[in-house]
Structures are given as C-alpha cells and as structure tokens.
Design a protein around this ligand. Structure first.
Ligand SMILES: [Zn+2]
Length: 270
C-alpha cells in the first residue's frame, strides 16, 4: 500500500523536477519528448530485445560507456507508453548524479528496473519520478490544462499528447494539475495504491488499505462485472472515511479504466 509519506522528500521532488524539466525543454522545447533521441545525443547506446521476465529496463556502464536495454517481452513493443516510460526511467539513472556516479564507480550493479511506481526502493522511485517529470514537463503540462474545466478527457488528452499511460498522467495531475483528484489503483478487488492532490478534500479511504469499497465503480467492476465507459456519480461516503455526517452525500465523480484484473479510478468532486 502506497502512502504519501512513503514517497520522496520535497527536496527530491524539486531536484528531480528541475533536472528533468531542464532536459525536456533543452532537447524538445515543443511537443512530445523522445527518450531515444535524448539517449543518442548523450552517446548512450540502447537496444530493444526479448529478455524474458527479469526486468522492464536496464542500464549498464562498462568502461565509462552506458547502454540501455528495453525489454519488449514485458512492454509489448518499443513504442508503447510503458516502453517510453521505462526508457525515461533508465535515463533517470544516467542523469541523476548519485545514480550515474554509482554506476561509473561500479558501486551499484546495473539497475534492473520494473517501472511504474511498483518499487519501494528509493533509487527506483527517484527514477520513476524523473521519468514522469521528463515525459510530462511541468510548464507544458500546466499550459495544456490552463483554464480548462476538469473532466476525465483532460487526463486522456494529456496522456495521448505526451505519449504517457493514463495512470502515470493521472499521478502527475495529482502533483501539478489544476483540479484536485484522487487516483486509486486496484488489482483483483484489492487496493494496490492510491494518491491524491494536496487539496483533495478527503485523504482516507473508507476501509483504509484493507478493502475496496463495494459501492464504488471499481468495487462493482470486481463484484458485479459492471464496466461503465462513461463517468459515474458516487457519494463521498462510497469511497471515503467520513467523520462528519453532513459530508456523507457530497457528490463526486468516478471514471474507471478497466483492464482485466486491473482497474484505475479517477475521482473528483462534482
Ligand atoms: Zn531503475
């Protein structure tokens, strides 16, 4: 279960965002960021291959030269959103000073990475955060949202425009978007992690980390196999731990992305 406090320090976030934004704006001042090109411009070689189930991506350093491996066995193909994110994550291990120095000095074994915010390890979290800041640069992201009334379409449009998965885009929106949202990722009727904007009105889920509430769109997906494609109304008490009964029926919206045993919920106040 991911809690805000398990994540990176404020200093980490600032440092990584500045570092990644600088690189994004330098190489790609407009439009989509291409990790391959950044790699080429920095003399980092790379290869795509079918490397089994051991890792999503890997960066190796031999005699001062870096090489990135991207595993298409786990990432469908080299141009999938996940492959791009993994590539950006591996670039993080190169651009973050501590990571690069550790690789250069042989202090760190080559990083084998599973990307997408699943690792607890701090270096992996830093590389994930670097990747999201690189692929979704703050200034452009904010300009894209500016003066738009929030609905799920903004997240989907941002995801398409920048070539980043909906889940990574929604997490970035929690950090720098212009409307408070909560993002809950469930797998097989269990909550895996959740995240929310600083100004989201509720911070605690109804059953905490223990159980996915049944009267939510995500809960009904697993319990009743319902899969609404459009946004659905829910009440605050369906999702959140309510202390004050006057808040129980506050109206919220939930939109889900369903994928087999996976469900991603985006929740926002009406
Ligand atoms: Zn890694």
């Amino acid at each position: 279960m991911q809690k805000r406090s398990d994540f990176l320090s404020h200093y980490d976030n600032e440092y990584l965002n500045n570092l990644a934004s600088g690189i994004a704006d330098y190489y790609f001042p407009h439009g989509r960021i291409e990790p391959e090109i950044i790699s080429i411009k920095n003399n980092i070689t790379f290869s795509y291959g079918e490397y089994g189930a051991c890792f999503d991506g890997l960066i190796e350093c031999e005699e001062q030269s870096f090489h990135i491996f991207i595993n298409t066995d786990r990432l469908k193909h080299g141009y999938s959103d996940r492959a791009r994110f993994t590539f950006a994550h591996e670039l993080g291990h190169y651009f973050i000073d501590d990571h690069r120095n550790a690789l250069l000095e042989g202090r760190s074994p080559s990083h084998s990475s599973f990307t997408g915010f699943v690792r607890k390890n701090r270096a992996e979290r830093q590389a994930d955060y670097f990747a999201s800041c690189l692929l979704l640069p703050e200034t452009r992201f904010k300009a894209f949202c500016f003066r738009k009334k929030f609905d799920f379409k903004i997240i989907r449009d941002l995801s398409k425009f920048f070539g980043v998965s909906i889940s990574a885009t929604a997490l970035r929106f929690c950090a720098i978007g212009n409307h408070p949202i909560m993002v809950v990722y469930s797998h097989n009727n269990n909550i895996k992690w959740y995240w929310y904007s600083e100004d989201f009105p509720f911070k605690a889920l109804k059953y905490g980390k223990d159980r996915l509430p049944e009267d939510t769109v995500a809960g009904e997906y697993f319990e009743l196999q319902r899969q609404p494609k459009t946004v659905q109304p829910v009440f605050a008490m369906d999702w959140f731990n309510i202390w004050n009964s006057s808040q129980a029926e506050l109206p919220f919206f939930e939109q889900c992305i369903f994928n087999g045993k996976h469900c991603l919920s985006i929740i926002w106040e009406e």
